[in-house]
Design a protein around this ligand. Structure first.
Ligand code: SF4
Ligand code: SF4
Ligand code: SF4
Length: 189
């Protein structure tokens, strides 16, 4: 999605996708179409990236605003046949295995273990990491995670706040001093 004042990417989806971003894409397009934010140069555009899994193909970490979908894996013990395929599938050393998998804090929520289980013994509730304030250029910075939510409407609300802050200050969001603090204060209102 490219419109004057904005540069927005949604990941292309693939077998790793944990969430269908389509309805969110419509919401974001609506916010963009009602915005007065304009940009004469590329660096003035509000940049956002939305990814449907932790592989983060839409580069949310270097955008003004970004979203990464992930899951919190949970074992359904009565379905587990102790085959160990989930353990083989995890590339993060996040799954300890004796007779059943146990998830540790290295888990990034990619869902590989869930997809590897042929017995549907791992379920995962989808959540979203919301990031803001990332940039490249002369002083590159990674975006900060400012919210974790399971409610997609929080994403729309937070993006609207990013746009509102940019419109009010006449600058791109991550070029405004204290942009993430400003975002926090608006979301708390
Ligand atoms: S972010 Fe994940 S779901 Fe989206 S294209 Fe990349 S690997 Fe596929
Ligand atoms: S892949 Fe599924 S059935 Fe096999 S050990 Fe893991 S959770 Fe249990
Ligand atoms: S969700 Fe990904 S990182 Fe977490 S335990 Fe499963 S395979 Fe490993």
């Amino acid at each position: 999605m490219s419109q004057n004042g904005f540069e927005i990417d949604f990941c292309r989806h693939c077998r790793n996708s944990l969430f269908n971003l389509k309805s969110l894409e419509d919401d974001i397009a609506s916010t963009v179409s009602h915005s007065s934010h304009t940009a004469k140069k590329s660096h003035e555009k509000i940049k956002a990236g939305f990814s449907a899994c932790p592989n983060a193909c839409a580069s949310p970490q270097i955008r003004d605003f970004g979203v990464i979908a992930f899951i919190v894996p949970e074992l359904i013990p009565e379905k587990c046949v102790s085959c160990g395929k989930c353990h083989e599938a995890c590339r993060e050393k996040a799954l300890e295995f004796k007779t059943h998998p146990e998830f540790n804090d290295r888990c990034i929520g990619c869902g590989d273990c869930m997809r590897a289980c042929e017995h549907q013994a791992i379920k995962g509730k989808v959540r979203f990491r919301l990031l803001a304030g990332g940039r490249l250029g002369r002083h590159p910075e990674f975006a900060q995670i400012f919210m974790i939510t399971d409610d997609p409407s929080d994403i729309k609300k937070a993006f609207e706040s990013v746009v509102e802050i940019s419109e009010k200050h006449g600058k791109r969001f991550s070029h405004i001093e204290g942009c993430v603090d400003l975002l926090y204060s608006m979301l708390e209102e």
